[in-house]
Design a protein around this ligand. Structure first.
Ligand SMILES: [Zn+2]
Length: 105
């Protein structure tokens, strides 16, 4: 059960549940469990260690952890979007499979 599945309008962040300022709900409806930029800025690449590393690129930058929540990013056009993982997936492919049945990349 995905809280904010793709295809449904999403107007609040999947983590903090504050209304999006940077995304409109139509944009957000393209993604599962979209995370707001305020949360996104807290992302680190290591979980449960003292090492806090800011995600740098697509290879290093998945998954990321925001307040202990595992998230997966999609990097494109020099930017990225971040999506909350509700199934503790092992890979971005698994994330897509679990969170959006229609996914074709
Ligand atoms: Zn948020």
């Amino acid at each position: 059960m995905v809280t904010f599945p793709p295809g449904d309008d999403q107007s609040v962040c999947a983590i903090c549940e504050n209304p999006f300022e940077e995304y409109d709900s139509e944009f957000a409806s393209n993604y599962a469990n979209l995370v707001c930029e305020t949360c996104d800025e807290k992302a680190v690449t290591k979980h449960g260690t003292e090492e806090v590393t800011r995600p740098a690129n697509e290879t290093e930058g998945n998954p990321v952890y925001i307040d202990g929540h595992k998230c997966w990013r999609r990097y494109r056009f020099g930017g990225h979007i971040t999506r909350l993982d509700e199934y503790d997936c092992e890979s971005v492919e698994e994330f897509h499979k679990q969170h959006r049945g229609d996914f074709v990349d």
